[in-house]
Design a protein around this ligand. Sequence first.
Ligand SMILES: Nc1ncnc2c1ncn2[C@@H]1O[C@H](COP(=O)(O)OP(=O)(O)OP(=O)(O)O)[C@@H](O)[C@H]1O
Length: 760
Amino acid sequence: MPKKNSYIKINPLACRIYLKFNALDIKAEVRFYHWENYMMSLKLKKLPISFIQKPSVNSLSSRALSSFTKQHSVESFPFKYVNKNLTLVTKNNLIYHFSRLSTFAEATLEKSNAEISKSIPDTFSSLNLMEPIQHSIKKVFKYEKMTGCQGPVLSRLPTSKDMLVKAKTGTGKTIAFLIAALEKIKSKDENAWNEILAGKQQTSIIIISPTRELAFQTLTETQKMCKFLPLKSVLICGGEDRRQQLLKLMRERCDIIVATPGRLLDFLDNSRNISEVFSKTKVLVLDEADTLLEMGFREDIEKIVNYLPKERETLMFSATISKETKLIAAQALRKDFLHIDCVPANDVESHFAIRQSYITSTFSQQLPLILDILQRHKESTPNGKIIVFFPTASMVAFFSQVFLRISELNIIEIHSKLSQGKRVRASNFFRRSTNGILFTTDVSARGVDYPDVTLVLQVGIPSTRDLYIHRIGRTGRAGKDGEAILILSPFEKEFLREIRNLNIKEDVRYNSIMASAKKENVDKIKKILQNAPEEEALDCFFTWVGHMRGVFGKYRLRNDNLDIAASEFGKQMLAIESPPRIRVQESKRSNYSGGSQRRSNFERNDMQGVGRGLSGYQNRYNSYNNDSNDFNAGNGKKRYDYKSGRNGGKVDERSSYDRGNRYDSRGDFNGSKNTSRGSRNSSFERRGDRDGARGSRNNNISSDFYSRGNKESGYVKKGQFRTYSNLARLTINDEGSLECFRTISATEAKLVCRNESEKI
Ligand SMILES: Nc1ncnc2c1ncn2[C@@H]1O[C@H](COP(=O)(O)OP(=O)(O)OP(=O)(O)O)[C@@H](O)[C@H]1O
């Protein structure tokens, strides 16, 4: 039996299964892990200590599973465990599928499709919703049927449980969480609800959105939903007058706050008496939860959650649910939360209504190809709208100008280099237009609802697989069809492996254009490119290289290709005669596949100007580097870390959400003087590191979080096993319960193992 403060060596890779039966009518949990030498349930308190033994995998499985079946009327046994999918049949013949079981994965619980369609009503009128909501649905929204995510969520009302909902893009999550939040408050306490209606209680719902655009869109939907309720909704986000917003919060009625995390936290941190406004919060909604985390808002969310009353209910909605989302869910949601996965087992995350294809084309062919795709689509779908995604804001700005000059096309641009006012105007214009073409970055990738987009064209590799899914989700919305085309250069083809299970096919329709790209178009494009300001072309070049540095690492593309790719990109797509060279150091390159430290070394590789390309721009980039404190000198030459460029694509996405006043100037990735940006970026990069390769720095961050989670919730979360390279350290108290958990360095672990192994 483990003694006080003894340590157990864990090989995280051997941790196999984590099942959580917390949805529908099964409310039990089975948690078991096994590792190299020892095996224990992490709910040690409840299980006999003899559970710590050294059985084979099978004996553990049957043991844990049979105890589960005894307690929970599972008839058919054992589970089928084939290809990481489990099927479970209960006594009353309910079939549950568990999909995507992986080393750390939480099984997602699904009723069989037949069960879902049998038991879930499909119209709003068949639900017992309050009258004013039924009224808005019918009169304002004019909806009758519920979408695939609204049914499963709303049919569970009334419930006091928190919810984690995963549903495909464009399936009406906004309406789902608005109704759920309002109904939850009413059903929980009728008196409190009456007080809220009478304006006697402050803020009852907080909705957090990752971007200003999305927050604004959600506010509009909220106001429509509350048309027949005396509730007032308020928008709290950056880019607007902070003082005005604060006064509004303090003095006026605000029942529902739609906020971006930065400004909200700014108020909570820095404004006296504001906590009073939030003290009665009943429901917290985290919309686009994955996006919030991916954009580096994890800390902000944790802090906001800590400011809010503990007895609140929380709803998390997202089109994709990453491991990190589950960790935040473990912190923000109560233990018995409902995990509602509206993406059936074995289904793909992208929407089936979207036809997806990819085209591989050299950089020299890409601009004529884009032009041809746009023109053909306009001809075949005159009333269709198109969104073209580029990786960075500079590219959007540059290529919008190029395309405006070569064609009659109606091009609108949205990216972080535009002022907030211009962005809002462009966004409204595109929303209302019947056949516009939007050139944009990832600021428009998630959550933004532009009706009737018929084609999404992506130029180049997206930063993540999830982003690919979100981008294509701008079409095929609300039950309509859509098309998505991805254009990749031969250097970027590896990305296809990331999305191979998303029903994407090679598009051969454009092969002929690529073979004989329309001569007049090619010449026109060439001429316009040659006349474009060189400074802008170089801006594009550097931001593109920055973006590519990130994805080359992530998708294990060959680093030495980056230099060649950059050179071709610069020459062929930007008409830069002699593009600056990208220097990738030999030793670092060969080390790349290692941990985060090595990766960051790789990412610090410098870019050296050779030939005419860079020399004229030294001063300018010198000043960029001074801004981000990344100026280096080496080998007698000036060396530059184009950090600002490197973050081009990501920063652009991040800048669209606000971080309150503190970060208002972060939008411009070129030489932002805002120091907070540097630190935020670094946390963003840490996340990237963790995704790519686990290293000591990550472990420290994670361990912080996990140990906190552990103390609060009383059990260790599975996320702790994310650390590959280091060992985990558990402290076990007299009763055999886990007391604390933290990851330790390999050296420390060896010491601990040596000293403590006899105690176990
Ligand atoms: N029940 C319904 N019937 C018809 N249309 C609906 C219904 N519910 C929502 N919609 C429409 O579907 C579109 C997408 O809704 P919404 O933006 O909420 O989707 P989403 O799931 O949040 O998408 P994303 O993941 O991209 O943010 C909107 O135009 C909305 O008006």
